[in-house]
Design a protein around this ligand. Structure first.
Ligand code: ADP
Ligand code: MG
Length: 247
């Protein structure tokens, strides 16, 4: 991400963010509520359009193309194709309530035309086993706990075998006793070759799984580095204040 600027109605939410994330790494993004974490995450797959700056994945511009000295929006179809390699896990699960667990996981690869129905069901079964929910394949989301729903959402995000998975506060909506099972599921993905970018307030988890920690405050990337530096030896007062509040 280079020089990412974003405003909403005159309020600047991202003030020129530069961020480089190595393939296969785990990056944790921390910051107070309203600091622009979700906007930054959503800009990565062009769910938010930047006012200035750009995102590249493996050198490919996301959502835009160069036209002379300007960037122009790509056709929706091309943006949707670019998004196939990026999974997204939302705070509130966002499962389809009228579809079973299996159908939730099958939906994206089938509607994208990437897998036939039978292959998609097989992949869904494998993924549900992986997140420990093989026995819930035919249940509906409302029959599951929040932790189970979020594990389904993770299986769904993996259904297209994405290179990158974005997590936006995946445990914030959960009762405390359900947080661990979701963190465990995310943990199994770390180091598996995919690039994970996780917005979370779970500092102990960040320390354990992150290769890289980014601290955002008021739309500014205040500091970044390995957890041993950002979490245990922060260089900026704003980072220290934030950590003392969440720890
Ligand atoms: P965070 O995820 O760190 O809590 P967000 O990226 O959600 O922060 O939001 C940053 C700021 O941008 C907040 O002040 C929020 O109200 C504002 N904002 C986010 N999305 C929109 C939107 N679609 N329209 C107007 N304001 C928005
Ligand atoms: Mg947010």
């Amino acid at each position: 991400m280079r020089n990412a600027h974003k405003s909403f109605g005159g309020k600047t939410v991202l003030h020129g963010i530069d961020l480089t994330i190595p393939r296969g790494s785990v990056t944790v993004i921390l910051g107070p509520s309203g600091s622009g974490k979700s906007t930054l995450l959503r800009a990565i797959n062009h769910l938010e359009k930047l006012d200035e700056g750009y995102v590249r994945i493996d050198g490919e511009l996301i959502g835009v193309r160069v036209d002379g000295d300007r960037l122009r929006e790509l056709p929706e179809k091309q943006i949707l194709r670019q998004r196939l390699r990026i999974g997204f896990v939302f705070q509130n699960f966002n499962l389809f309530p009228h579809l079973t667990v299996t159908e939730n996981v099958v939906e994206a690869p089938v509607s994208a035309g990437v897998l036939g129905k039978a292959d998609a069901r097989q992949r869904a079964a494998d993924l549900l086993a992986k997140v420990g929910l093989a026995d819930k394949a035919d249940a509906y989301p409302r029959q599951l706990s929040g932790g189970q729903q979020q594990r389904v959402a993770i299986a769904r995000a993996l259904a297209l075998d994405p290179d990158i998975v974005l997590f936006d506060e995946p445990t914030s909506a959960l009762d405390p006793e359900l947080v661990g099972e979701v963190l465990n599921t995310i943990r199994t993905l770390a180091g598996g070759g995919r690039t994970l970018i996780v917005v979370t307030h779970e500092i102990a988890f960040a320390r354990e799984i992150a290769d890289h920690v980014v601290f955002l405050s008021d739309g500014v990337l205040v500091e970044q580095g390995p957890p041993s530096r950002v979490l245990d030896d922060p260089q900026h007062q704003r980072t220290r204040d934030f950590l003392s509040r969440v720890l």
